[in-house]
Write a protein that binds this ligand. Structure first.
Ligand SMILES: N[C@@H](CCC(=O)N[C@@H](CS)C(=O)NCC(=O)O)C(=O)O
Length: 257
């Protein structure tokens, strides 16, 4: 039996869902709410109180990059890694990159879209929200985002890091259809949710100097896995992301200028 815990709107959960869709694997889906992540029941499953969590025949796999690699190795279906060791090493560079950029996309999401709701809460509720994050570094970052918003250095650094990622993607995609060469791989899966979130937050203008990335994203959107994961079950926070993103874009654009 194969089970996936995720929540709609989670970038890392989306990675796992796309990998499962690309392989054509049936699984039991546990779509949680953000509140359910923090319950003792879910913490018994994943002590970090994050998604995704994959459970296969009773064995638990954490970490989205490990999960998509496991999905590729453990199941039949189209291979999502190259057949040669060097190609696999290059795929892992993109998986690592996607992991590194997660905190940047999280900072962008929370500063632009989640912060307005958070700062409307009482000081006690805000503290409870922060203390509910098990990881100390993430807890400190969430506090800085709430207290400093766009003024904090986390925000500028995240935009800079995401632009660097887009620039490196452009270099790879100028001569290749997909991030790790001529075949669609785990690299494309790992980066897709980040580019999707940039668009959900109405920050597509970040791609203006990266035409190959724009073309790649169109190819991603044309895949059946995109329709399966995002067309059929759109992000429930998509409207909020879009409304807050439109307000934030002029400021973000000014940082780029
Ligand atoms: N390194 C982990 C990060 C997992 C993670 O932070 N997941 C986010 C969603 S993308 C989450 O569950 N956040 C909990 C929250 O927002 O409360 C992975 O790649 O799986």
């Amino acid at each position: 039996m194969l089970e996936l815990y995720h929540f709609h709107g989670a970038t890392c959960g989306l990675k796992a869902r796309i990998a499962l869709a690309e392989k054509g694997i049936d699984y039991v889906e546990h779509a949680l709410t953000r509140e359910e992540l923090r319950t003792p029941q879910y913490r018994m499953i994943n002590p970090n109180a994050v998604v995704p969590t994959l459970i296969h025949n009773g064995n638990t796999v954490f970490e989205s990059s490990c999960i998509i690699n496991y999905i590729d190795d453990a199941f039949e279906g189209p291979a999502l890694k190259p057949a040669n060791p060097l190609g696999v090493a290059y795929v892992w560079l993109w998986l690592k990159r996607a992991d590194e950029c997660l905190s940047m996309i999280g900072t962008l999401t929370y500063t632009v879209s989640m912060r307005p709701k958070l700062i409307a809460m009482s000081p006690e509720e805000i503290e409870q929200h922060i203390q509910g994050i098990p990881n100390a570094a993430n807890r400190a970052r969430r506090r800085r985002i709430i207290e400093q918003g766009f003024e904090g250095s986390d925000f500028d650094q995240s935009i800079e890091g995401l632009l660097k990622m887009l620039s490196d993607m452009e270099n790879s995609l100028m001569n290749n259809e997909w991030l790790s060469g001529e075949n669609y791989t785990l690299s494309d899966i790992a980066i897709t949710p980040l580019i999707e979130r940039i668009h959900e937050l109405e920050c597509g203008g970040l791609l203006v100097e990266y035409p190959s990335v724009k073309d790649w994203y169109e190819r991603i959107q044309a895949r059946a896995s995109y329709e399966d994961c995002l067309g059929l079950t759109p992000n429930p926070e998509g409207r909020q992301h879009s409304e807050n993103g439109k307000k934030a874009w002029p400021y973000i654009k000014s940082l780029m200028d």
